[in-house]
Ligand binder design. Structure first.
Ligand SMILES: NC(=O)c1ccc[n+]([C@@H]2O[C@H](COP(=O)([O-])OP(=O)(O)OC[C@H]3O[C@@H](n4cnc5c(N)ncnc54)[C@H](O)[C@@H]3O)[C@@H](O)[C@H]2O)c1
Length: 435
């Protein structure tokens, strides 16, 4: 099948490549010509494990193309996947203007019947708006489909290739058959293909991310209770995670959820509820608890140094909102760096992949190092922000030699308090006794 993917970011590139890998002829389009130029030169604009190999192979096999020309791609394709961004307005309301602008461009470019598949996460009713927008601008017939994407950055290729399920919102049986056929190779292990109406499919994405966010927020709150009562959240977590009604995912306490999805989607779900006058207390509480968790960490660091913070150099290990991605959007690290700079501290940061993005954001306001231990030189404290594998078993003696003050604030509970205490560190983590 010929497919156009509109928007070649974290989702569009993975979706386009994954579909090409399954034999389809895919053109990934982006309005940002720098992204297209890089891809054409064989460079990936994002870091996503396992993706580069697939991109290279499918480009070589001439199944995967990159273009800035939306009209050409839409002119040739039957299926058009919309994967453009849906950020939040400054007040937290979802902004679907990119989706509707893409719909207009698609409408102008259509040369015959098309199926428009919306993969961007949009508030309920947006896909109907897409339909209305396109209808006004084209004489050609078309159908719209909602196909929410559940991939996780850092494991995106695997998630797309081996999904837990495919959700398709659609009200035409022939279109459903085409979507079923498209996804059949991805569901060979018997994972379900769920069909529903447009609105339910749109809402499913918000429901999933709200549940995940609530779990994270609740676990963080429980961790704080552990800390207040001298209990150890690592033990409590094991007791929780082994309960078959609960399970082991998203029960690790930390710095609160970040990224480009969970924070904005919990807020958008609350907004949808508010608009219809139904309850949104839990959703608002999830957002508030998450904010509090991030501020709590910052306050702890600033309180520890007091006024002397202006004389201190604070190192960060990790800056991305989670490991195995270069995505800094919504990362707690940004808020932490901003707070440290505002308090007058010097900041040095090491992240295995996000160094260039950090430099682009902060310039010479912070020092970005290429090696993890370089960030620790003459540092008065280390903040562990992201759970990159390379931070799990550090050379504690080397750390102690490099650092001016032996203090660690571990936002990911990567280390054992006793090991750090034995090495002479003051060690603070989340929901565990400090040493
Ligand atoms: N990132 C994730 O983990 C994830 C997971 C599931 C769903 N989503 C959802 O998928 C959507 C895309 O997210 P993302 O993280 O890939 O965003 P992104 O910002 O990485 O990519 C969006 C891309 O779309 C391009 N674009 C915007 N308008 C365009 C147009 N008219 N024509 C061509 N290109 C255009 C932008 O230049 C950008 O490169 C969002 O709705 C998001 O909520 C994201």
């Amino acid at each position: 099948m010929k497919i156009a993917v509109v928007g070649t970011g974290y989702v569009g590139l993975v979706v386009g490549t994954g579909l090409a890998e399954n034999g389809h002829f895919v053109t990934c389009v982006d309005r940002d010509s720098a992204i297209i130029d890089r891809l054409r030169a064989g460079q990936l604009p994002i870091y996503e494990p396992g993706l580069e190999e697939l991109v290279v192979r499918n480009v070589e096999e001439e199944r995967l193309h990159f273009s800035s020309n939306l009209a050409e791609a839409v002119g040739e394709a039957l299926l058009i996947f919309v994967c453009v961004g849906t950020p939040s307005h400054p007040n937290g309301d979802p902004d679907v203007s990119e989706v509707l602008a893409a719909a207009e461009e698609i409408a102008h470019a259509m040369t015959g019947y098309r199926i428009i598949v919306n993969k961007s996460t949009c508030p309920v009713g947006t896909t109907e708006l897409i339909r209305d927008t396109v209808k006004k601008l084209t004489p050609h017939s078309f159908d719209v489909v909602v196909n929410p994407e559940f991939l996780k950055e850092g494991a995106a290729v695997d998630d797309f290739m081996r999904p837990d399920r495919i959700v398709v919102g659609c009200d035409d049986v022939r279109v459903l058959e085409i979507m079923k056929e498209l996804y059949a190779p991805f569901l060979r292990t018997g994972k379900p293909f769920l069909t529903m109406d447009l609105r339910s499919a749109e809402l499913t994405k918000y429901a999933v991310n709200s549940m995940i966010a609530a779990r994270v927020a609740l676990m963080n709150e429980l961790a704080n209770i552990c800390e207040a009562y001298g209990a150890d959240v690592s033990s409590v977590r094991e007791g929780v995670a082994t309960d078959s009604r609960i399970g082991a995912t998203y029960v690790f306490p930390g710095l609160g959820f970040g990224g480009s999805c969970l924070p904005k989607e919990v807020q958008a779900a609350a907004r949808m509820a508010r608009e219809k006058g139904v309850g949104y207390e839990i959703l608002d509480a999830v957002t508030a608890a998450n904010e509090r968790q991030q501020k709590r960490f910052i306050r702890r660091v600033l309180d520890f140094y007091g006024e002397a913070v202006t004389q201190k150099t604070i190192a960060l290990w990790g800056a991305t909102f989670k490991a195995r991605t270069d995505d800094l959007r919504g990362s707690p690290a940004l808020r932490i760096i901003d707070a440290l700079l505002e308090a007058g501290a010097k900041v040095s940061v090491y992240d295995p992949v996000a160094g260039p993005k950090l430099t682009a954001l902060y310039g010479d306001k912070i020092s970005v190092t290429d090696k993890s231990y370089d960030a620790l030189e003459r540092a008065d404290g280390l903040l562990v922000i992201t759970e990159w594998r390379e931070f799990y078993r550090p050379d504690v003696e080397r750390m102690a030699t490099l650092m001016r003050e032996k203090v660690i604030f571990d936002g990911r509970n990567l280390y054992r308090p006793k090991v750090m205490a034995d090495a002479g560190f003051r060690y603070f983590s989340i929901g565990r006794p400090s040493v």
